[in-house]
Design a protein around this ligand. Structure first.
Ligand code: ADP
Ligand code: MG
Length: 377
């Protein structure tokens, strides 16, 4: 969706971005992070041509942006900054519809979209459409800023520390909302922050920058587990967490509540359970709690196409890797990351199921250690 090819940006003699190569895939939420002055804001502004690059090429959606009209380009890319800049003398409705009206979208369509957007973030349209920005809280104003950027359904959004000025609780709920919006709308987001907690929470991929260069690009769990060098380790807090996280054992970080069934469970009941608990596989145990295997929703539906399934004992179970409850948590993390597993089942020395370590729990465990340490300082 966004490609940087040998991009350099200099101000005077100072190279703010030097020879940057970068690829952000469609539908990804990529977080740019790094110390103040490392070039994050400049990187965003190069994408929507608020700044022009000195050399190299940037492609958005396959098109070299140097060949597009900057004004049109900017209108086709959502842009949200910290000082959201709602127009104080316009209502919320007028604020959200600024760009769609500029683009001469039909009035009715604009109104419909605005209502839809307000609904998406749980702001009752009839209550808010006619209000003015000063009548809203800081968090609500920032929400409107995000909606304004979404009004034309741009496939790409650039967000520059959009939640930096908000209190932690409002910030947290806006982070949840943006993640939800991104997934449901399938948009690509390039999000700038200098806050590692925010990056860990939001990112599909984290791009860590220093002095106008990319130091490491990796999914959060990988960045935390395998920092490329001392700078990354320092920045992610790994140095400080290392000691703790070496000591944790699998049973201390696992989730003990696993969605389990026995072989006697019926076909419909199993599907129902998956739906209710929002999982795509079930762990099968015997009456004494011994692990028998895993059954995925695909396997279950696949088998049902071939023959009539009474109980899930009639379907072949999947063998999955396990780890002992007293193994090092670190080893569980490495196995999940290296083998790209969605989860790892935890057993005792009699192969009885004890819990589950998921990809998400890896990130959470690592992040909570980072937080803990920072609070202690
Ligand atoms: N318009 C400009 N003129 C000169 N220098 C600039 C300009 N904009 C940014 N810089 C410099 O470029 C560097 C990167 O800035 P910026 O991209 O804003 O960093 P970040 O967003 O990571 O804090 C800084 O050293 C900053 O002083
Ligand atoms: Mg900045």
């Amino acid at each position: 969706m966004v490609i940087f090819k040998n991009v350099t940006k200099t101000f005077g003699r100072h190279a703010v971005i030097s020879d940057m190569n970068l690829e952000i895939s469609r539908g990804q939420l990529a977080v740019l992070i790094g110390p103040s002055g490392c070039g994050k804001t400049t990187t965003l502004k190069l994408i929507n041509r608020l700044q022009d690059l000195t050399s190299g090429n940037i492609f958005v959606d396959g098109k070299d942006i140097s060949e597009t009209n900057p004004v049109e380009l900017r209108r086709s890319i959502g842009y949200v900054i910290q000082q959201i800049g709602l127009f104080p003398n316009m209502t919320i409705e007028q604020n959200i519809e600024v760009v769609p009206r500029l683009l001469k979208y039909p009035k009715e369509k604009c109104h419909e979209r605005t209502r839809e957007l307000l609904d998406m973030v749980g702001m009752e349209p009839s209550k808010y459409l006619g209000r003015y920005p000063f009548e809203l809280s800081g968090g609500q104003q920032q929400r409107i800023g995000v909606l304004r950027a979404l009004a034309t359904s741009p496939p790409l959004m650039l967000m520059d520390e959009p939640f930096g000025a908000l209190d932690p609780i409002t910030r947290d709920s806006l982070q949840d909302e943006i993640k939800k919006l991104q997934k449901s709308l399938g948009i690509t987001i390039v999000f700038v922050t200098h806050d590692m907690d925010e990056a860990i929470k939001l990112a599909d991929v984290i791009i860590l920058m220093k002095d106008g260069k990319i130091v490491q690009k990796a999914p959060p769990e990988e960045l935390l587990a395998n920092p490329a060098n001392g700078f990354v380790r320092e920045f992610t807090g790994k140095k400080r967490i290392k000691a703790n996280y070496d000591l944790d054992l699998v049973h201390e970080i696992m989730n003990p509540s696993v969605v389990v069934v026995t072989k006697e469970k019926g076909f419909a009941g199993s599907l129902d359970l998956m739906r209710k608990r929002n999982v795509d596989s079930l762990v099968v145990i015997d009456d004494a709690g011994h692990l028998e295997g895993v059954i995925t929703v695909e396997a279950l539906l696949g088998a049902a196409k071939r023959k009539r399934i009474g109980t899930i004992g009639e379907v072949e179970l999947l063998k999955v890797p396990t780890i002992d409850q007293y193994a090092q948590a670190r080893d569980a993390f490495s196995i999940i990351i290296e083998k790209k597993l969605p989860f790892l089942l935890v057993v005792d020395n009699n192969n009885r199921l004890k819990g589950i370590v998921t990809k998400t729990s890896v990130v959470k465990a690592l992040a909570s250690i980072v937080w803990k340490d920072e609070n202690n300082e």
